[in-house]
Design a protein around this ligand. Structure first.
Ligand code: BG6
Length: 468
């Protein structure tokens, strides 16, 4: 049955956490782009502690935009600044919520977006307070990850939020779903008919997904040390990418069908076996501000995941994420089986490589097909050749994830947001890794992580370095 999950267009944007780090780095620059492209036609109401003045708030927003784009256009900044309104007050003080309601009344708002750029521990309280002044009937909430700390707390959080907002008015952000490169996985798989017949266990030998960052925790030590790589990115960004790579075609273009297929494939994914998991921590992490001197928190994790579906049974999926690694890249590599007979190795060299499809999802996104071609010379030998497309060069620049997600939230489109059942399934999959994490292996920055991660692969296989 088709359920219309599309929501009415918003008439106001309320930013909780408007003086925080996320608003500074991502939300204000995104609002600037929306203003520039005429997609922002609503008041933007920040809620902040009482010691912030209107001027300080506008200056903060202005500085954040200039930091992201030093050439920001004054003709865009000016109307944007005029949209900003600040409510000063404590979240614990009921009069703050009454002022918010009155402010929305003054703007004749009946359909606001309440964006929670605040620590997740505050989501239930803010949702309840919104309800206490009737604002849960007048809009939708946008919540940032991490959505829960484990399976149980995610279910609990959903239950709590559902007492105040129905599922279709809860927009859960995973900014990877806002990346055009990640969304392209859908188009790539389901618009190219040559791929679908081979996208299964019969032809695919293994899949590797790497999300590597060269930076460390960069001043976020106190947040990160309570989270670690499994909760920070594996449970959400990485498993969402795996779902898009592994799922069946959706029954139609409506957002609900996409979430249905993700939920199905996540249900078929086995919970991670702790013996098929390696955690690492970069040397120097414990010296970062805010990190415990004896921290056992992982900045790297590699794991095997298995999908017991008709399409993928028996195919190993290897995933790894880490900070302080050699390069910044996100890449999925689909490795195909070797031909049944090796006919072309007259020179007796090393056996030819296998076909690969490398899907680059990071900054320079694109796709590379690694194929075999005849080596020049008298022998009948084959060697690797890459056929590669850089999407920005071929198609033009992509927009920023947060710009697209904010625009979607304002337009009421749930397509790029995560549904409850999918999020709960991802927590189920990582739960054993949280319960029985095993040791954390040190690794040096600028490497590919702890050597122990190699043993996950077996069969003489190796992690494939991203192609950038
Ligand atoms: C965030 C994590 O969700 O994603 C960060 O909290 C990580 O630790 C970031 O650095 C990576 O995002 P991107 O878009 O830079 O790949």
């Amino acid at each position: 049955m088709l359920v219309d999950t599309h929501q009415p267009t918003a008439d106001a944007l309320v930013l909780f956490g408007s003086t925080g780090d996320l608003a500074k780095r991502k939300l204000f620059p995104a609002l600037y782009h929306l203003e520039r492209t005429d997609q922002l036609n609503v008041p933007v109401i920040g809620v902040a502690r009482s010691d912030w003045s209107d001027e300080a708030f506008c200056q903060h927003a202005h500085d954040a935009i200039i930091a992201a784009d030093p050439h920001a256009d004054a003709a865009v900044l000016e109307p944007l600044m005029k949209r900003l309104d600040l409510i000063q007050g404590d979240y614990a003080d009921q009069s703050t919520w009454e002022t918010l309601r009155d402010t929305l009344d003054r703007h004749s708002s009946s359909n606001a977006v309440f964006y929670m750029a605040i620590p997740p521990s505050m989501f239930p309280e803010v949702a309840r307070r919104l309800a206490s002044v009737g604002l849960n009937e007048r809009g939708r909430i946008v919540v940032e990850k991490p959505f829960g700390r484990d399976y149980e707390s995610a279910v609990q959080l959903n239950t709590t939020l559902h007492t105040v907002f129905p599922e279709e008015r809860i927009f859960r952000i995973d900014h990877y779903l806002g990346k055009e490169s990640v969304e392209d996985l859908l188009v790539f798989r389901f618009s190219n008919t040559m791929l679908e017949p081979i996208w299964n266990r019969r032809y695919v030998r293994s899949v590797q997904v790497t999300m590597s960052e060269s930076i460390g925790v960069e001043g976020r030590g106190s947040f990160y040390d309570g989270v670690g790589a499994i909760r920070d990115v594996l449970q959400n960004h990485l498993l969402q990418v795996v779902a898009l790579l592994a799922m069946e075609p959706p029954a139609g273009p409506e957002p609900q069908f996409l979430s249905d297929e993700k939920a199905k494939v996540m249900t078929a994914m086995s919970a991670i076996d702790p013996s098929r998991l390696v955690r690492g921590q970069y040397v120097g992490y414990r010296d970062e501000p805010g990190v415990a001197a004896d921290s056992q928190v992982e900045t790297y994790v590699a794991a095997q995941v298995t999908i017991e579906s008709w399409r993928w049974a028996g195919v190993p999926w290897f995933v790894r994420v880490g900070k302080g690694l050699t390069t910044a890249a996100t890449e999925a590599v689909i490795e195909f089986h070797s031909p049944p007979r090796m006919l072309f190795d007259e020179a007796g060299g090393p056996p030819p490589g296998r076909n690969l499809v490398r899907l680059r999802l990071g900054k320079r996104d694109g796709v590379t097909f690694t194929l075999q071609a005849k080596t020049p010379g008298p022998h009948l030998d084959s060697q690797d050749v890459d056929v590669s497309v850089d999407f920005a060069a071929a198609l033009g620049e992509r927009s920023e994830a947060y710009e697209r997600l904010l625009s979607d939230a304002l337009r009421g489109s749930p397509r790029r947001f995560a549904r409850q059942d999918v999020v709960e399934q991802t927590w189920r999959v990582v739960q054993p890794a949280l319960d029985t994490p095993g040791p954390v292996h040190p690794y040096f920055r600028g490497t590919w992580g702890p050597a122990e991660a190699e043993r996950l692969l077996g069969n003489g296989d190796h992690w494939l370095a991203p192609s950038i």
